[in-house]
Design a protein around this ligand. Structure first.
Ligand code: GDD
Ligand code: MG
Length: 352
């Protein structure tokens, strides 16, 4: 069995963070996002290869994962000549594959039991099995209605408010049979959500839902990107460093440098090579990426700092996400959940 991770989107809703960092590899704490999905797929012993379906800035993704040595799975990259949409990308990546496929949208963080999903697919002899998750407002997702027996009755991508009939949405995780892919046209953009899934229902093919009530989030907006960090700090989701970390105190890499007189309040994470200078305060929900420098008496709280960003002396930074290599000048004040792209420079004494 093979897995395909759809990792070709532009990540427009996460701009400016995704201008130089494709969404599938934005850091979640100390690791590129796709690592968490690969960890989940490793729980399925039958999966012998993970295919990354790429289009936007594929080299940046390949640089991170290489041949897959650091991931413990066999990795292969398939780069579309042009974006083919979710359905077109799956067909393109699945060329020559006849065995059952597990497919993930490359931006969903979840604890779903993939083995159980595969088992349901097999037991029901389905052509397609889709994981559903309940959400408060389905309008940003694919709404999925099911029958009593768990088969899918209706799939409606991005429903209007008056079209919302239930709370279950497409979680972006599928088990698919490639013998259904001949309906997907070659070389043009084709949506699995708007065309392929509705076609299964029209043709009365076995299309089954697996409802999962465990952790699930799409990290593709700034609000959700911040949320997933809070959820991991608070223990609503465990993965990566939080699989083993002691949540009762700040998590500080042994290769970080914390000077005397730094105060910590609440949960925070400080990666290797970071340097926090005397008198600084690191408040709750702070993430300091590799090589971040927090100068004397600066105050950082509820903030995600990507690698190599520097916070000047006496600056107060509460709430934002800052890309790589930013510099917040001394005595500056940032109190908002703004998202500032790589290399942002705030001159001394700026207030946002
Ligand atoms: N290779 C490739 N080519 N990947 C693509 C392309 C493409 O042309 N277009 C999108 N993707 C990838 C994105 O990188 C992302 O990982 C995934 O496909 C889904 O695209 P999004 O743009 O994130 O879609 P969405 O979040 O609005 O909606 C989708 O996900 C929801 C769950 O989060 C849909 O599948 C909804 O039905 C679903 O509820
Ligand atoms: Mg998404």
């Amino acid at each position: 069995m093979k897995a395909i991770l759809l990792a070709g989107g532009k990540g427009t809703r996460l701009r400016p963070l995704t201008i130089h960092t494709p969404k599938p590899v934005v850091p979640i704490f100390d690791r590129a996002f796709l690592h968490y999905q690969i960890d989940l797929l490793k729980q399925v012993p039958e999966i012998d290869e993970v295919i990354l379906s790429l289009n936007y800035q594929p080299r940046r993704i390949e640089e991170i994962f290489g041949e897959g040595a650091g991931t413990g799975v066999r990795l292969r990259y398939v780069v579309e000549p042009a974006p083919l949409g979710t359905g077109g990308a799956i067909r393109y990546a699945a060329q020559g594959i006849t065995e059952t496929l597990v497919v993930f949208n490359g931006d969903v963080m979840t604890s779903v039991d993939v083995n159980a999903v595969v088992k349901l697919h097999r037991d029901r002899q389905a052509k397609a099995t889709i994981v559903l998750t309940p959400v408060d407002n389905p309008s940003a997702y694919g709404l999925v209605e099911t029958e009593q027996d768990g088969s899918v009755r209706r799939f409606l991508e991005k429903p209007n408010p008056d079209e919302i009939t239930c709370d279950t949405i497409n979680a972006g995780i599928y088990v698919l049979e490639p013998d259904t892919f001949d309906r997907i046209p070659k070389d043009v953009s084709y949506s699995i959500e708007r065309a392929y899934f509705p076609s299964l229902i029209e043709r009365k093919e076995a299309f089954v839902a697996y409802v999962d009530r465990g952790y699930w989030i799409d990290i593709g907006t700034p609000e959700k990107y911040i949320q997933v960090h809070h959820d991991m700090f608070d223990g609503r989701f465990s993965g990566g460093i939080f699989a083993t970390a002691d949540r009762s105190k700040p998590i500080v890499s042994p290769d970080a440098r914390i000077e005397e007189g730094v105060t910590f309040a609440g949960a925070s994470f400080i990666d290797a090579g970071a340097h926090v200078k005397a008198g600084a305060r690191i408040g709750p929900y702070s993430v300091l990426g590799r090589g971040v420098v927090v100068e004397e008496s600066a105050d950082v709280e509820n903030t995600i700092l990507w690698p190599n960003t520097r916070i000047g002396q006496h600056a107060v930074v509460h709430g934002p996400v800052l890309g790589r290599n930013c510099h917040i000048g001394r005595n500056s004040v940032v109190k908002s959940s703004s998202v500032l792209g790589d290399k942002t420079l705030l001159t001394d004494y700026t207030t946002i």
